[in-house]
Design a protein around this ligand. Structure first.
Ligand code: ADP
Length: 612
């Protein structure tokens, strides 16, 4: 027997070991997941201990059969022996049943906890990412990674570990028992087909990796397409592009099917290959074993036991093929998830950043600001000071840098050349949550959720009372509109509820921002869809309700800023002129022309009885 080990290079164990090692590259996902196995150490150890117990238990029935057969062959069998061995076989079967159930529960519970952990990590990561990140990875892709890929990784941590343990522990133990307790020569001969298996599985594994990667990519783009089509359905319909979109979608789905069939083809190769190799082993065992029986070096009971053990190897072999499949998917998916998690948030907080909410005068000092990878500067030579409680108006043509200036204050982007302070403290010295707590931002095209109007308004202040919600709605001139809806403040917005006009959406999000009662309110062209009369009313109530608080209003329509303490005119990222409304009418030609033109437009619109 020691000879068998010394010369193990010549026998099946060696090949089996090599086979395992060959797959080592593919099994690297277990190394990637090591941190998790450590976290769930006790559960995994318990699961593996069960495996060993189950394998030892499974080795008992063939031994019982051998004993019975050998005593039958010698004609010395008694009823007592027969009952004894039958009961032993039954008992080990029952114990295997119970332990098998328990180990699966243990491992699958751990695997499910991994998907929970990964999903939460991804979600947490998404909330830290900049708009560029969401530009680079489209929604459908991100959803595919948070669902399909997480599932594939969790399958690796559950089913994958189970099959790995099955292949190694059950396979290894059975081979050892065969070699040590029955016949090492027979074992070596029977396991001869193993190297072929190793070769083929490695080849299939490689192919599978590539094909599964393509399939997941195709799934991601299909997801993107569905998401874009659903959110852009109105555009699709208004351009009459339904048929064209349907055709394109059919092609994309066809591609997904095609790629998945390519994966399935490789999958389909695994099982028959395994079966063929296992059957070849059976053939060799029977052929070589029966000659040994004939020569008297092996009893008939021992050969039967050996063949039963060989039968026990079928599952570990199949498991190994299955393992490659799962592990390949897990590896691809884990890397897809890792890629996302490794994207550094563009804005990093200082470790000792302040948690106090900033307050005071705002100062912008921006010699120049470029968007990443863009050569021309979006802002140049900016020096603006806004006292606490003042209103700053920012006007200029589209693309002149209004939104950029406001986004820099929100710290959505930053660079060394951007120096913005609040109350004399640079904004980069604050924790992001503290900075954003000081600011309420309303964009031109606000996002509302499929929830009730009241819930949408209370987004930034979930504990707001109904009275607070209503008074914010009154300031934003949306209260009357809400009362006209069937369920008032409890009316659901979105797919299952009412559809709001552009102006109503803007006013609702102004109310949402007002409810937060922040130090700084930013209206980024967020009155553009509101008629001039309502705009005046909103601005008037804002002035009354936000005394001593700072408001920044960027607008295309100059009437939005005419009462501001200070207005700046941006042109190609530079401050072209600044002053009050009256000063600018006198000093700045562009401003004067725009005022005249917009007054005329509003006269025509209102004269025609139009309102938005
Ligand atoms: P405004 O709000 O006045 O319409 P923006 O601040 O949106 O102007 O844009 C100023 C300039 O910066 C424009 O030239 C625009 O193309 C560019 N820009 C805006 N956002 C980005 C971005 N995320 N990446 C690159 N360039 C951008």
């Amino acid at each position: 027997m020691s000879f068998a080990l010394k010369n193990s290079k010549q026998n099946g164990i060696y090949f089996y070991a090599r086979f395992l090692l060959k797959g080592g590259g593919n099994l690297s996902v277990f190394k990637d997941l090591w941190w998790y196995f450590k976290l769930e150490k006790s559960n995994y150890l318990m699961g593996i201990a069960m495996f060993v117990a189950i394998c030892l238990l499974q080795a008992i029935p063939p031994y019982g059969v051998r004993m019975v057969l050998d005593t039958i062959a010698k004609n010395t069998i008694t009823t007592k022996d027969l009952t004894y061995w039958s009961l032993i076989i039954l008992a080990s079967g029952l114990l295997t049943y119970g332990l098998g159930f328990y180990r699966r529960v243990k491992l699958f519970a751990s695997a499910n906890r991994l998907s929970k952990l990964l999903r939460n990590r991804l979600y947490d990561h998404f909330t830290k990412m900049s708009p560029q990140f969401f530009h680079k990875y489209r929604t459908g892709d991100l959803m595919a990674r948070s669902t399909n890929d997480v599932q594939a990784v969790s399958l690796t941590a559950g089913e994958g570990v189970l099959t790995l343990a099955d292949s190694i522990i059950q396979g290894g133990l059975v081979i050892l028992i065969m070699a040590f307790f029955i016949d090492w020569k027979l074992t070596a001969v029977s396991l001869l087909p193993m190297p072929v298996l190793a070769l083929l599985t490695t080849k299939y594994g490689r192919l599978l990796h590539r094909r599964f990667h393509d399939a997941q990519k195709a799934f991601s783009s299909m997801n993107d397409r569905v998401q874009e089509n659903i959110s852009g359905i109105r555009v699709v319909k208004s351009f009459g592009k339904e048929e064209a979109e349907k055709k394109q979608f059919e092609q994309i789905v066809e591609n997904v099917v095609h790629k998945n069939i390519a994966v399935a083809r490789i999958n389909a190769l695994f099982d028959p290959t395994m079966m063929f190799i296992v059957m070849s082993s059976f053939f060799l065992a029977v052929a070589f074993g029966s000659t040994e029986v004939l020569h008297g070096s092996l009893s008939i009971g021992e050969l039967t036991q050996f063949i039963l053990y060989l039968g026990l190897l079928i599952w570990p072999m199949l498991a190994f093929g299955w393992l490659f499949n799962i592990v390949e998917r897990g590896r691809v998916s884990y890397h897809r998830i890792e890629n996302l998690l490794q994207t550094e948030p563009p804005i990093r907080e200082k470790p000792d950043a302040l948690i106090t909410v900033p307050s005071g005068a705002i100062h912008f000092h921006i010699p120049t600001f470029h968007y990443p990878d863009i050569e021309s500067a979006a802002l140049k030579e900016i020096d603006i000071h806004v006292e606490k409680g003042e209103t700053l108006g920012i006007v200029g043509k589209i693309g002149s840098g209004k939104t950029t200036l406001l986004r820099l204050l929100l710290r959505e982007f930053e660079s060394k050349q951007v120096n913005i302070s609040i109350g004399g403290v640079p904004i980069r010295d604050f924790k992001l949550f503290a900075l954003r707590e000081a600011i309420s931002y309303v964009s031109q095209d606000p996002i509302l959720f499929s929830a009730t109007i009241a819930e949408n308004m209370a987004l930034g202040k979930p504990e707001a009372t109904q009275d607070e919600i209503e008074s914010a709605a009154k300031v934003a001139c949306i209260h009357e509109d809400i009362l006209n809806f069937k369920d008032g403040y409890n009316t659901t917005i979105g797919e299952q509820g009412v559809t709001l006009s552009g102006g109503q959406r803007q006013r609702l999000s102004i109310a949402r921002a007002l409810l937060q009662d922040s130090e700084i309110l930013i209206l980024d062209d967020s009155l553009s869809a509101v008629d001039t009369r309502t705009e005046h009313a909103i601005l008037q109530s804002l002035r009354e309700n936000r005394k001593n608080k700072t408001t920044l209003i960027s607008a295309h329509r100059l009437s939005s800023v005419e009462k501001a303490h200070q207005i700046i005119v941006l042109e190609e990222g530079k401050v072209k002129a600044s002053g009050t409304h009256h000063e600018l009418i006198q000093q700045n030609e562009w401003y004067k022309q725009m005022v005249d033109r917009q007054q005329l437009e509003s006269l025509i619109l209102e004269g025609g009885g139009m309102s938005i």
